[in-house]
Ligand binder design. Structure first.
Ligand code: F6R
Length: 364
C-alpha cells in the first residue's frame, strides 16, 4: 500500500535514497569500495562501440549514460529511442554491444530493437527492474536495478536506480579502458556512494520545491534548460511535468536556446535551470541571463557555489548539496521529479494514473 503517502508517486519519490543505495551495493564491492566487474558478454577494454536504447524516461537514462561513457570512459556510444532504432537500419560495428534500459522489461519497441541488434551480431545487455521479464530473457546478460515494484505510472525511483547502474558501468569501463587511474576511480566511487545521503537531504526539505510548484502552476509552457550530462535530466523534468500535470514543457540544451526557443520567452514562460557549479556553470549562467534579460522568470537549481551568481537575476534559486559533477544528474533528478509531483497535486490530476498512459507499453 501507500502507507502514509497521498500517492504511490510520493511514496516512490521518498524511496530514492534507499533504492540508489541498494543498487550501488549490488555493483560496488563493499570491502574495496571499488566497482565490481559486472558479468558482461563483452570486454569493455576492447569494445569498439556501444548502442543504448530505451523509451521515455529509460531513453533519457541512456542519454545521460552516453555523456558518461564517452567523456569518462572514451567509449564511442550511440543512443536512440527504441521506436526509431528498430526501423532505421544503422550500420553496426562488428564486435559491438547494445544495452537496453527498461523498468518493466516488457516495452514492445525496445524488445523489437533488441531483436534487430541481435540479428546484426551485437551482444545484448538489458538493464531491467523485473528479472523474469521478456527483455531479460532476450538478452545475453541482465543487469538488475534494485528499485522494487514501481506502481505509479510515472517512473521515479527506477530512473535513479538505472542511472546508478550506468554510473557504476561508466567507472568500470573507464578503468578497464585505461581512461582513469585508481585514484580517480576511488574519487568517483566515493562521490557515488554519498548520493543516497544527499538524496535524503533533498527529500527532507520540500517547502522550497512546493513554492516553485505554486509559481509555475498557471503556466501554459515551461522550458527546462541545462548543459552536458544534465541536459537529459532537463528533458526528464519536462517529460514528468507533461505526463502528470498536463503542462506543456520542453527540455533544451541551454546553448540551443538562442537558436529558436528564446522567441517563446516572456514573463509567462518559466525557465527552470539545472545549473550547479562546475565546468559548464559560466556557459549555462550566461544563457540564463539572456533569458532573464528578455523578461524570463528564471528558477534555478544549483549549489551553494552557484547560488551567488544566479541570485543576481533569477527569481528563485533552490540550493542543493554540492556534489562532484559526475553524480549531479542523479541528484538533480530528484527535485525535478518532485516539482512535477507537487504541480500535479496542486492541479488535482490523477497523479498515479495519468490520462492516456499505461505503466508498460507492450504494443507498438
Ligand atoms: C516516464 C514513463 C515512461 C516510461 C517508458 C518506458 O515517467 O513512465 O516514459 O519510462 O514508457 O518504460 P519501461 O522503462 O518500462 O520500458
Amino acid at each position: 500500500g501507500k502507507g502514509n503517502y497521498r500517492h504511490f508517486m510520493e511514496k516512490e519519490l521518498h524511496e530514492h535514497p534507499a533504492v540508489i543505495g541498494d543498487t550501488l551495493r549490488q555493483y560496488v564491492d563493499p570491502a574495496s569500495r571499488a566497482v565490481a566487474r559486472p558479468a558482461l558478454p563483452f570486454d569493455p577494454a576492447t569494445l569498439p562501440r556501444l548502442w543504448l536504447s530505451g523509451c521515455g524516461s529509460a531513453f533519457l537514462v541512456g542519454q545521460t549514460a552516453r555523456y558518461w561513457f564517452e567523456s569518462l570512459a572514451r567509449l564511442p556510444t550511440d543512443c536512440d529511442v527504441a521506436s526509431e532504432l528498430r526501423y532505421r537500419n544503422p550500420p553496426l560495428t562488428e564486435g559491438g554491444a547494445a544495452m537496453f534500459v527498461s523498468q518493466s522489461g516488457e516495452t514492445a519497441d525496445n524488445l523489437a530493437a533488441m531483436k534487430l541488434l541481435r540479428a546484426g551480431g551485437q551482444s545484448l545487455v538489458s538493464i531491467v527492474n523485473v528479472p523474469e521479464s521478456s527483455m531479460a530473457r532476450e538478452s545475453d546478460a541482465t543487469l538488475m536495478t534494485v528499485a522494487g515494484p514501481e506502481i505509479s505510472v510515472a517512473s521515479t525511483k527506477a530512473f535513479t536506480a538505472q542511472l546508478s547502474v550506468m554510473a557504476c558501468l561508466a567507472i568500470n569501463f573507464a578503468r578497464a579502458r585505461g581512461a582513469i587511474d585508481a585514484a580517480e576511480e576511488a574519487r568517483l566511487t566515493a562521490a557515488l556512494l554519498e548520493v543516497p545521503e544527499h538524496a535524503a537531504r533533498i527529500l527532507d526539505v520540500t517547502d522550497e520545491i512546493e513554492a516553485v510548484a505554486a509559481d509555475i502552476l498557471d503556466a501554459r509552457d515551461v522550458l527546462y534548460l541545462a548543459r552536458g550530462s544534465l541536459f537529459p535530466i532537463a528533458m526528464e523534468g519536462a517529460l514528468k511535468l507533461k505526463e502528470i500535470s498536463y503542462i506543456h514543457a520542453e527540455g533544451y540544451a541551454a546553448g540551443e536556446m538562442k537558436h529558436g526557443p528564446i522567441a517563446l520567452i516572456d514573463s509567462k514562460v518559466p525557465v527552470i535551470a539545472l545549473c550547479p557549479s562546475g565546468p559548464l556553470f559560466e556557459k549555462t549562467a550566461s544563457n540564463l541571463q539572456e533569458a532573464a534579460a528578455r523578461g524570463g522568470r528564471i528558477i534555478a537549481f544549483t549549489d551553494e557555489d552557484g547560488a551567488v551568481a544566479l541570485r543576481r537575476f533569477a527569481s528563485r534559486v533552490v540550493v542543493l548539496p554540492k556534489v562532484d559533477p559526475f553524480v549531479a544528474p542523479i541528484l538533480h533528478t530528484i527535485p525535478v521529479q518532485m516539482l512535477a509531483y507537487y504541480v500535479a497535486v496542486l492541479k488535482g490530476t490523477d497523479v498515479d494514473q495519468p490520462r492516456n498512459l499505461a505503466k508498460a507499453v507492450t504494443v507498438e
